[in-house]
Write a protein that binds this ligand. Sequence first.
Ligand SMILES: C[S@@+](CC[C@H](N)C(=O)[O-])C[C@H]1O[C@@H](n2cnc3c(N)ncnc32)[C@H](O)[C@@H]1O
Ligand SMILES: [Zn+2]
Length: 303
Amino acid sequence: MNEVTSLLQENKRIKSAKYVSNFETVFACPICKSSMKVIDFKSIICSNHHTFDFAKHGYMNFTTHSVNTKYSKGLFEARRKLITEGAFYKPLSYAIGKLINEHLVKTKEIISILDMGCGEGSHLSNICDIVRSTFFKSVVGVGVDISKEGIMAASKYYSNKIWAVADLANTPFKNKQFDVILNILSPSNYTEFDRLLKSDGIVIKIVPQSGYLKELREHLFLKPEKQNYSNSETVERFKESFQFVESSRLSYTMNLNKSSIEWLVQMTPLTWSTTEERINSFFNKNSAQITVDLDILIGKNSI
Ligand SMILES: C[S@@+](CC[C@H](N)C(=O)[O-])C[C@H]1O[C@@H](n2cnc3c(N)ncnc32)[C@H](O)[C@@H]1O
Ligand SMILES: [Zn+2]
């Protein structure tokens, strides 16, 4: 690494630590739960001296042991390209932005959005941009994921956000800090969501509906039970965990070009349980119609 690159990275780490220091009161140590402070624009430290350093791209790692996940750098890169260049989830970002506007009290000066299982961060970045340009002037976006690869990519591409490697079941935040908790196609921990949500906040969970990526599933799997998907158990669990507000279904079909098809195949965990041959024959297509079919669930704190 040459001197210029090293200085730029140092700069990025300091910039990010400065940004995080504006919101340090939100943090609680994931080990002992005490308050935390940003020190020397280098680390965030609790009152019992548990110390977590800022990485060169500006994220913090709150895990106490390394976690191996099947989500790779390549998968997150493909996800970012399909979301940003392929605009594959654009209608979803706008639907979520609109719901945030409808459900939050308009008089708030600043709103905080926490994305639990944010992956490489493009959804959070897009949603913050939409909310900021249309509805609320000031938005702070916080992304948490257990995958270091995901958070590393997020902090590399999106600045002025708070990015943390952490388990969504044990996050480094105090109680009742967030106006919105997003949970997009990721696992949940409703006890933790409930703990973190402000009393007038909302949880927005996105789950696949039966038609989600059906053309890809039909191609990858021969068994009908793998081709079909039911979200009923997930939806039931959500309804039991929150004072239920509403659910809506978002369905659309997009015509993907060759690049987008390649990103789609690389970004989905669906390929983890099929053969190389089936993956390759889809990968080599020049175009394809692909369905996005999702349930958007909105919950408020249980009383
Ligand atoms: C299918 S990906 C979705 C990522 C992102 N929300 C998106 O839609 O592009 C699921 C994500 O959940 C994350 N995840 C799984 N278990 C987690 C946990 N216990 N804590 C935090 N993140 C977790 C994975 O690392 C992965 O990034
Ligand atoms: Zn501590």
